[in-house]
Design a protein around this ligand. Structure first.
Ligand code: NAP
Length: 254
């Protein structure tokens, strides 16, 4: 039996957990930060809430006798990824990062990369625009400094308190988002610029594809630096790593 801890909060973590759930020799736990009010159903046991930093996570790995740690968190969740790297080293647990490659611009795309939400606000400029924001709720505050724009903000849970600007509308939604639906949304709201993260993957690419189709500019927050750990980009590759791990464990008689 192999104890696997997946640090999740992403579509890929859910998919990986679902596929591992069917494996008799695996005991999988999925860990969520607890950011969303109603997490989606997962087919494996879920634990919710922080570990208490890298030391807390290392203690968890030791206490639960975790054999393999998979960091399948979002590419912008830099703190937990750094903690995972430190904790895995401290506890002597092999770590794999499952990371989506960043989206790449195609010919004709008008993408501007910015450091953070504050810089995104500057990039919008002084002239009123109709802005679609697809960022986390924690990153919205800087947009209050630019009340001249119309905002359409999409989030999983309601933005509470709402952004303190005169013209903001909210749409709730949890990915995956289809390109056609996002194209309709952007057109219906007469959006002329998008602010988003370069999350990678298919689940939230709909808005980027829609922007491409409509010829809209996109302002993308730069990805944060992540720790240099062994990483793969697909669930299949994560399986290959786990299978290698199973073989090693058997050889060691663990
Ligand atoms: P973060 O800034 O990297 O982490 C902040 C703290 O939250 C961590 O130090 C840890 O607390 C706790 N935490 C984060 N992910 C956790 C997990 N999977 N299980 C247990 N504790 C976790 O994280 P974040 O950017 O706020 O993201 C939180 C969660 O939302 C992650 O699971 C991520 O995959 C998901 N998510 C994030 C984004 C994004 O844009 N950041 C987008 C979609 C989904 P302790 O130090 O107490 O252990």
């Amino acid at each position: 039996m192999q104890n696997i801890l997946i640090l999740g909060g992403t579509f890929e973590a859910r998919q990986l957990a679902a596929r591992l759930a069917g494996r008799p020799q695996c005991c999988v736990t999925l860990s969520l930060a607890g950011r969303t009010a109603a997490p989606t159903h997962h087919p494996v046991p879920v634990r919710i809430g922080g570990f208490g930093g890298a030391d807390g996570l290392a203690a968890y790995l030791r206490d639960r006798r975790i054999d393999r740690l998979i960091d399948a968190t979002h590419p912008y969740a830099a703190v937990i990824s750094a903690n995972a790297a430190r904790a895995a080293t401290a506890a002597g647990v092999p770590l794999l990062a499952l990371r989506r490659p960043a989206w790449q611009p195609a010919a004709g795309d008008c993408w501007t990369e910015v450091a953070d939400a504050m810089e995104a606000v500057s990039a919008l400029g002084p002239t009123p625009r109709r802005v679609f924001i697809a960022l986390g709720r924690k990153q919205l505050a800087p947009f209050a400094a630019a009340p001249q724009h119309h905002y359409l903000i999409r989030s999983v849970d309601p933005v509470d308190p709402p952004l303190s600007v005169p013209r903001a509308k909210y749409v709730l939604g949890r990915g995956p988002f289809a390109e056609a639906a996002d194209r309709d949304l952007l057109a219906a709201w007469h959006i002329d610029v998008i602010v988003a993260k370069n999350s990678g993957g298919a689940a939230t690419f709909g808005k980027i594809a829609a922007a491409r189709a409509l010829g809209l500019p996109v302002i993308l927050l730069r990805r944060p630096p992540l720790p240099p750990v062994a990483g793969v980009e697909t669930i299949e590759a994560a399986f290959a790593w786990l299978d290698h791990g199973v073989a090693l464990s058997t050889e060691r008689g663990v």
